[in-house]
Design a protein around this ligand. Sequence first.
Ligand SMILES: CC(C)(COP(=O)(O)OP(=O)(O)OC[C@H]1O[C@@H](n2cnc3c(N)ncnc32)[C@H](O)[C@@H]1OP(=O)(O)O)[C@@H](O)C(=O)NCCC(=O)NCCS
Length: 260
Amino acid sequence: MDTHLLENKIYLLSLDVDKTFLEESDNFSKTLNLLPENDRNKIQKYRNLDDQYRKLCSKLLQFYGISKITGMRLNKIIFKANQLGKPYLDNGRRVEFNMSTGISNVVMALYAAPDFHKIRPIGVDIIDLDEINSLEDIELLHDSFHEKEIILLESLTNIEEARQYACLFWTLKESYSKMLGSGLSTTLADLDYSSVPLPKNNKVYATSMHIKGRDCIVYIKQSTESNCLISVCIWSDNINPEVSELAIKISEVSDYLRTH
Ligand SMILES: CC(C)(COP(=O)(O)OP(=O)(O)OC[C@H]1O[C@@H](n2cnc3c(N)ncnc32)[C@H](O)[C@@H]1OP(=O)(O)O)[C@@H](O)C(=O)NCCC(=O)NCCS
């Protein structure tokens, strides 16, 4: 990814939370020290080491993605967050992004708008397919599903398929609510994704949808390698961006951040 700000494009960046790398010599503290002090402090507050690794990877990817796409140097990047915690780039407003943390991967979706008038909010979510493990897990989410989604789930005789659909609906709802920035305070049962098929073969499936008065494009991908589903939602409004996927290694991110 050498070109800065390829316009009207969505970048879907994923970074493997590589424990082996982070536990090697002092790689954890070296990469942690690449971040501003307030981020370092937040990461170190997590008691569980795995959570520290995930949050570290998420922040590294956030700085890396913005710097790579915009060409901004790290010390020029300023992040702020809306009232409900959705982070945004305070300077360089042509880029919208969102982050999600999975068990072994963190992802970032970025949209580089052609001009300031075409900026569109974006949301991303990653769900590990084991997170919804049984019929009881599906039942717990009952109130978040749309009646048409419930009809579809109840029609499935194969539990494995039902689990995958439940994960699909859940991640699509999260990415929509993260696009809005309202998070889970959105009424999830109002969102109907019963027409979205399960994605296959690691390919990104895209479809336009009219969701609660908004024209959106949803993108969904299943990664068989990391056993997860990733969904992206963008408020489309006459735009039709393509997705470019990039899998990045933590060593590459830390080398880049060290020199920018
Ligand atoms: C946004 C939200 C759905 C994230 O849920 P999640 O599945 O636990 O987390 P994910 O890994 O998918 O996403 C986390 C990332 O989303 C981003 N994010 C945080 N708040 C967000 C919001 N309101 N909208 C969009 N994105 C948000 C951040 O980058 C965050 O990463 P960080 O925790 O490393 O800063 C959830 O936190 C939420 O509903 N927040 C709304 C505010 C709220 O109700 N807060 C009460 C918390 S006590």
